[in-house]
Design a protein around this ligand. Structure first.
Ligand code: FPP
Length: 267
């Protein structure tokens, strides 16, 4: 097998070889990613933080292509959390400009490749220019049936649950919902990810091992994959390795290992 050396002189297995090892019948239906480490990537090179974010946008592009190529149905990227408003204003402004620039640049490719772009989070609090750009791409790609790409913007898992509870509360107040009929499905349907499968795989880069308020309800049974790689260095090879790692796991959903094996054997 041919290997090549990266900038950091690590041995890396090429994407084509990794792709060939992926079992297409056991793909995660939904992959969620906490893209972390942009600032550290920049700092290590003596560059401003925004250089890390710019390079991180290239990683997003590479991973979207990889997810589409391998056949993942839904990809959710954590681009801006509710907590990120605490960052310096200059960094927030640049992140918002980068978002607009990124969407303008990527929209033609999304159309070409049938990508359906959606946003999760409370978009009302985004700067008007960013919100309009996001909503424009959402509506112009709404008819696409390929990869569903969700960008989490001004997103917080607890906030999403609060907004869902309010939504259900309004229906109860109107008399269109019986509180006794609220079950897990009803709550899932009131979330920003309504209608989507829950993530099977959650990836976090940069060595941090936290959920950081991301998809709290939806990741109840997700497999977690943590990698030391900083997000700006994360490419197709890293994504495929995460998928292969996922495919090695035995997912039990509360069953015994024996029951899971019987299910696989059709017993
Ligand atoms: C985390 O790195 C990254 C973010 C807060 C922003 C995510 C933004 C991008 C990946 C670029 C834009 C992407 C799109 C799709 C427009 P950090 O700044 O927290 O890194 P650190 O923990 O090393 O400081």
């Amino acid at each position: 097998m041919a290997f090549f050396r990266t900038e950091q002189t690590q041995l890396v297995e090429p994407a084509a070889s990794l792709r060939a090892q992926v079992d297409p019948s056991r793909l995660p239906a939904h992959v969620a990613i906490i893209m972390d480490g942009n600032g550290r990537w920049a700092r290590r090179r003596g560059l401003p933080r925004i250089a890390g974010h710019r390079r991180g946008a290239e990683s997003a592009r590479a991973v979207i292509t990889a997810a589409r190529t391998v056949g993942v149905g839904v990809l959710t990227l954590y681009a801006f959390s509710i907590e990120n408003w605490k960052r310096p204003k200059s960094e927030i402004d640049t992140l918002m400009s980068l978002l607009v620039e990124y969407l303008k640049k990527e929209e033609p490719g999304m159309r070409e490749n049938g990508i359906r772009f959606c946003a999760i989070g409370d978009l009302d609090l985004l700067p008007p220019g960013a919100r309009e750009t996001v909503q424009g791409v959402v509506s112009r790609t709404a008819g696409h049936s390929g990869l569903r790409l969700n960008l989490a913007l001004n997103y917080g898992g607890r906030d999403e649950i609060v907004r869902a509870v309010r939504r259900l509360g309004r229906e109860i107040a109107k008399g269109t919902l019986d509180p006794a009929s609220i079950d897990e499905t009803a709550i899932s349907r009131a979330l920003d990810t309504a209608g989507l499968p829950d993530p099977d795989l959650l990836i976090r880069t940069s060595g941090e091992k936290r959920i950081s308020n991301f998809l709290l309800w939806q990741t109840a049974y997700a497999e977690l994959h943590f990698t030391e790689t900083l997000w700006p260095d994360f490419r197709e090879e890293d994504f495929l390795k995460a998928i292969l790692d996922f495919q090695k796991r035995e997912r039990r959903f509360g069953l015994t290992g024996e029951q899971v094996r019987d299910q696989h054997n059709g017993r």
